[in-house]
Design a protein around this ligand. Structure first.
Ligand code: T1G
Length: 705
């Protein structure tokens, strides 16, 4: 597309269209086209006003994030936007859909802004470890004030048209055709001789220097520790204190500091890793109706996700009271989503209307997709799939939500294993965005593609995994947990282990997570787990507490006590005493365990197990493992996931550290994975290894399901 292609004349009004699929990102060619167009139109006597508009449903979703990992190419966005603002004729930005980051900054550099009702305007740079680097921190406050600018840029959350108008960012709403509405307004401005209104020339709103320190102080500690949020506040404070040019230069310098940070590289890595294409998308079968077996916590959570995602669902249970409880959970979750504005009234009503209950398994007959979420027991699941294989219509996809059991054994019971896949949702299923889509030995590409497509359709992230004990996430969790359990026996307190990992960035410590999920769950799984390591210390602390009925939050006691007035979590010295006695019985000498050791052992256990999983092909890429751990297990996003993190510490040092741990704790758990040793030996990274494989694969046809 040439500059001329991007420009159309409508009388004395020129319309520049951003047309760069899929989201009109401001890639280098787009920036060059915009700059050339503005210079040409500004000099063209026949043009008296300019409209900027996006092709398709979005205005502009920001800079092209892919370019941030390459050497920067001119023209640079700040310069392009300075030229837009300097234009001698009114520039009207016609906004719709995603108007984000550099797209919002382009709107602010324009002289007037109108928008359609579906506007989503925001500054999501912070979620990429960045800050608005093209003048947004200097222009936005001149329209919206300091507080709103601080909130918009540190939260990254978009706002709708009403709020954008209230804040003075958008001047007017256009109902009906946005383009003709914008052109009409631009013509009106031109004929009225209305001069350009440059935001940088607007007065700087009054501010209190303390205002910025105060805002920083109330930011969550986790945000304050990251590079971007404090720099956003500093860039805004500079805009309050310095002349515009100096403030723009300061913001650019802070932007470049963020861009070079490991945290931003990690977040950009996850941005693209979470947006992988649906494998074999063309093979996916249509899903107009779904059924969920089991209305427990997982089943009802899955039903909520399907219904909120637009898919009618029948929730099936054996007993009336269980069904009623499940339907009540569905209703209250949709009600709360409406209260919190995640669904508007119409969407909430539609979602409620899509859920119905049934007490007969035969109700699956009308479903294109059946998701089983019954009790985690092989015999129970095989019995259910035996009947499902008979009752479900041919071509229907049969998914099991098992988190640890053998999908092939379950599939075999159905008599139609090609239609069977695993769809491993994470609790709470209506909140957690991750689904491990498990390919069984005989799962068909159609069935897998259907599971991936439905997962994306309901707004979740589908990651393909192989059928092995614990698939990817839980298998790595066992290695991570193995180390924390050993350190408990070696003398570390549950709360100090959790503190060390939370300080590393984990959303929650493993002992608190155990109490939340219920220590009885893992205990049951381990009792059925035939191949578990033959080591009396293996998960001995958790099993001991479970044997004593300390299941965690659900019994008021687990690794912590929850029986205080507010039910808040408090350390329980009795637990350390119970574990000390058990350690003595097992002959484990207790000692002090430093936080650094906790992090090293738990995180390297993840990395090493992740490498083994890649060797076995249970995960398709290191990036997939990172997405699983950041979306399913609370691994810190600013560290990019376990495999990306390993690349940041270096695979050589990681292998050395693992070999040191082998000397201290034995080679059984601490033999470095072959892949890790190979890559370390080559001075390579998981990232370069993946890129090499993708390069080879793209040579022969994309991501395997
Ligand atoms: N750059 C490059 N590719 C992008 C992109 C971007 N900004 N946004 C989306 N894509 C690709 C994405 O990888 C996927 O590709 C496809 O578009 C569809 O995306 C200077 C520094 C706009 C709300 O952070 O939030 O501006 O997988 O699956 O669900 O100050 O994409 O098909 O090959 O997400 O409809 C700030 C990021 C950049 C917005 C659409 N902007 N994008 O959601 O589709 S930094 C952002 C989104 C910046 C300035 C700073 C969402 C969306 P593929 P998708 P979607």
């Amino acid at each position: 597309m040439t500059t001329l292609d991007a420009v159309a004349l409508d009388g004395e009004v020129a319309v520049f269209t951003f047309d760069h699929p899929p989201v009109n990102a401001l890639a280098q060619p787009v920036r060059a086209r915009l700059l050339a167009a503005i210079e040409a139109l500004d000099a063209d006597p026949g043009v008296r006003a300019i409209v900027l508009i996006g092709h398709g449903r979005n205005f502009v979703a920001g800079a092209d994030v892919r370019e941030f990992d390459r050497p920067p190419l001119p023209p640079y966005l700040p310069d392009v936007l300075a030229r837009v603002e300097a234009c001698g004729k009114p520039v009207v930005a016609a906004l719709a859909g995603s108007t984000l980051g550099g797209g919002a900054e382009t709107a602010l550099a324009s002289h007037y802004r109108c928008a359609a009702g579906d506007l989503q305007l925001g500054f999501p740079e912070v979620s990429l470890g960045l800050l608005p680097g093209a003048g947004g921190t200097v222009r936005l406050p001149r329209l919206a004030g300091w507080q709103a600018s601080l909130e918009l840029m540190t939260s990254g959350k978009p706002i709708g048209i009403d709020r954008a108008i209230d804040l003075g960012i958008v001047d007017r709403r256009v109902d009906g055709d946005l383009r003709s509405g914008a052109v009409a307004w631009a013509r009106e401005l031109a004929r009225a001789g209305t001069p350009p209104r440059r935001v940088l020339e607007l007065p700087v709103p009054a501010s209190r220097p303390a205002q910025f320190e105060e805002f920083l102080r109330v930011l969550p500690a986790t945000a304050r520790r990251l590079p971007a949020p404090p720099r956003i506040v500093e860039a805004l404070a500079s805009a309050a204190m310095l002349p515009a040019d100096a403030a723009l230069a300061r913001a650019r310098a802070l932007f470049l500091e963020c861009l070079a940070s490991t945290e931003s590289r990690a977040l950009r890595h996850l941005f693209f890793a979470e947006r992988g294409a649906v494998p074999d998308a063309g093979l996916a079968r249509p899903v107009g109706q779904a059924a969920v077996l089991g209305a427990g916590t997982m089943g009802s959570g899955i039903a909520i996700s399907l219904a909120s995602g637009g898919i009618p669902v029948t929730l099936i249970e054996a007993k009336q009271e269980a069904l009623d409880a499940g339907l009540a959970r569905v209703k209250s979750a949709i009600d709360s989503a409406e209260r919190k504005g995640r669904l508007d009234a119409a969407e909430a009503a539609a979602a409620r209307g899509r859920v119905q209950g049934s007490l007969t398994l035969a109700a699956v007959a009308g479903a294109d997709l059946v998701i089983e979420a019954v009790y985690e027991n092989m015999a129970v699941k095989r019995e259910v799939f035996g009947r499902l294989g008979q009752l479900a219509r041919s071509g229907a996809v049969l998914a099991t939500n098992t988190s640890t059991l053998d999908v092939d054994a379950i599939a075999a019971a159905s008599g139609r294993p090609a239609d069977v896949v695993g769809m491993h949702f994470f609790s709470p299923a209506n909140v957690m965005r991750l689904v491990e889509v498990v390919r069984g030995r005989e799962s068909s590409r159609e069935a897998l593609a259907t599971a991936h497509a439905v997962t994306k359709r309901i707004g979740k992230i589908a990651i393909p995994v192989g059928n092995a004990f614990g698939f990817v996430g839980n298998r790595m969790l066992y290695a991570y947990g193995r180390e924390k359990e050993l350190m408990l026996l070696e003398g570390a307190k549950p709360e100090s282990i959790d503190r060390a990992l939370v300080d590393f960035g984990m959303a929650m410590g493993p002992n608190a997570v155990g109490d939340l999920a219920g220590l009885d769950i893992g205990w049951q799984v381990r009792k059925e787990w035939k191949e578990k390591p033959d080591d009396p210390r293996f998960y001995r602390a958790s099993d001991l507490l479970a044997e004593l009925g300390r299941f965690g939050q659900k019994t008021g006691r687990g690794f912590y006590r929850y029986d205080g007035p507010g039910g808040e979590r408090t350390p329980d010295p009795e637990v350390s005493e119970l574990i000390r006695a058990e350690a003595e019985r097992l002959g484990v000498r207790q000692r002090s365990v430093e936080p650094g050791e906790v992090v090293t052992r738990c995180i390297l256990a993840l990395v090493n197990e992740g490498a083994r999983i890649l060797e076995e092909g249970i995960a398709a890429s290191p990036a997939d493992i990172d997405v699983i751990w950041c979306n399913g297990y609370g691994f810190p996003r600013h560290r990019g996931g376990p495999m990306f993190y390993a690349d940041t510490i270096g695979l050589g040092p990681a292998v050395e550290a693992i070999r040191e741990l082998a000397k201290l704790h034995g080679a059984r758990d601490w033999t470095p994975a072959g892949l890790l040793v190979t890559l370390a030996g080559e001075g390579a990274t998981f990232g370069s290894w993946q890129a090499g494989r993708e390069g080879a694969r793209d040579g022969n046809g994309g991501r395997q399901a």
